[in-house]
Design a protein around this ligand. Sequence first.
Ligand SMILES: Cc1ncc(COP(=O)(O)O)c(C=O)c1O
Length: 366
Amino acid sequence: MDISSLYFKEHDRHIAETAQMNGQEYHSFISADYYSLNNHPEVKQAAIDAIETFGTSLSVGQFSDRSPLIKQLEQHLSDVAKMEASCIFTSCYVANYGVISILSKIDNVFFLYDQYCHSSIVSAIKSSKADCDMYVHNNMSDLAAKLDRNFGKQVIVISEGLFSADGDFVDLVGLASLKNSFDFMLYIDEAHSFLLSQSHRNVADKYPEVESDVIDLITGSLSKAMCSTGGFAVGQRKLIDKIRMSREYIFSTGITPSNIAASIACLNVLSNNDRHQKLSNNIEHFRQQAKKSGIDLGKSDTESPVFTIFPKSSCVDAYQLLLKNHILVQPLLYPAVPKEHERLRILINAAHSKEQIDCLIDSVDN
Ligand SMILES: Cc1ncc(COP(=O)(O)O)c(C=O)c1O
């Protein structure tokens, strides 16, 4: 199969709720810009203003010099997570590497990670050569058994906040309950879940029954709900100061001033509008229409904007049929997922119209 018929496609302009390729318009369900801010006038203006003042590149490692915008963004991110400090990396992939390289130096450390954790987490743990094991996805009894077996070690449990291949949230209630019986650090990769709660906070905000400080360390991406590029770590100041000494932080130039400004502007826009409600309405509409059409949405949680569909025909055929109907979704194929679990991934955004969602549901081969 020619990979270019599925991936690495060239787009005429930015990808949002619609996309354009070779002059043809598509309904697009592939963007993780959940609040549809990528083309927002205030966000674009902030990026332009940052270029005017600070230029197009930092041109120096942020270890030696930083723009004042970085400090502002770090403050915003710490405020969102109600934590002491944060630091910005060039991507969340790199953030996970930087964080894990520092944590792996802890004496007697043991990483226990969810089997569906992102490749950056698994690769970083493997390359750190630290002791580790994985637990069955979101399965608290398996995790409890492995915590018990590794009692006395400095255990770090790692999960994603919102699993981007299935659309289910972390079992934070289960993890909080395990924290009452076992001593471990909880590290959540919130690349997809950061800002997705009603008050645009991190995933802990979705679980009022859980103490807000149950998560010890968060990594995240600026490239999803903050429609920019970059990654970050948020946690206690002492730990963040150590993470700033990671090679991944020190030996890499920081993200561009315009990327930082765009993220700050997204956070400002979100602080005074109803985009969460629009996103929730679209998620609910998609769910209801899918249910009416007998489409199985797999593990996707009620409030998740990430959906997977397992088509009747092959995934590639189903993808190409949708493309013919001018609908763009993401095929998740082997080796990214096991062969028998190949699927189509659909990301719902705040700016999708009900008509677009209905058109997708009517066209999918389920
Ligand atoms: C859970 C998770 N972690 C990390 C990343 C990497 O994020 P970035 O694109 O900022 O490197 C992704 C990307 O989709 C992700 O889903």
